[in-house]
Design a protein around this ligand. Sequence first.
Ligand SMILES: Nc1ncnc2c1ncn2[C@@H]1O[C@H](COP(=O)(O)OP(=O)(O)OP(=O)(O)O)[C@@H](O)[C@H]1O
Ligand SMILES: [Mg+2]
Length: 249
Amino acid sequence: MTALRLSGIGHAYLGRTVLDRVDLAVGAGEIVALVGPSGCGKSTLIHVAAGIVQPLRGHVDIRYVRHGMVFQEPRLMPWATARANIAYPLRLARIGRKDRRMRAEATARRVSLEVEDLDKFPIELSGGMRQRVAIARALSNQPDFIFFDEPFTALDVALKRRMQDLVISASQEASFGALFVTHDLFEAVRIAHRIAVMEAHGQGIVGERWINGVPGERTDRQIFEIVTRYLAEDGLFRHVNDVDERRPP
Ligand SMILES: Nc1ncnc2c1ncn2[C@@H]1O[C@H](COP(=O)(O)OP(=O)(O)OP(=O)(O)O)[C@@H](O)[C@H]1O
Ligand SMILES: [Mg+2]
């Protein structure tokens, strides 16, 4: 069963084409990692898929019921407590105050936030806690699909790993599918069922690989071996880290 299908997506900013004929489908409950060089149009594609940007060409076919979204920066409302931020999608869905509170607290527990943190404002939280609030906000209305745009890039290694585990287990428990943009092939191999590689100038998906095993069950050794093989032997991944100004050459 397909949750999301992008067909022939094309987009341009100020007359400059950034996406051209991009086709990509994600199955229900499937996690697809989207990788590609910096500036190739991954964020634009995810914004098109989530309905934030109207594409110039192509069609977005949505089969899921409700989606959540996690951006690279937490993008919390600074004037609202962590609890109110997490409950925001529930408020939009007109869920009653008492229910909102209960569901926000239950979701906060899933991302290992303490109840006493929930009365704090974003400025009073650490960067990792803010990103957990953002993840809890995405989970709170029980979406069956989540868009992630490099959500863990700013986190340290240990926290990044915990957050990846959380996405894997939450996706299995709540059976949501996801389109997960990342620069990190280790992260992609750890959390996804499949990796799709975008062409350097947004000219479609150049190829995809189904990753052996199941997310959450691959050992560190297996992940390391898969990534090493991709980088050493698989031409598809040759340009993934090109033109990436955030990595040293
Ligand atoms: N709002 C905008 N107006 C004009 N150009 C934009 C806008 N947003 C993105 N672009 C351009 O579109 C291209 C694709 O940008 P996008 O942010 O989608 O890339 P990306 O693959 O997500 O890159 P990164 O990996 O660095 O996040 C880039 O050349 C960028 O400069
Ligand atoms: Mg981006």
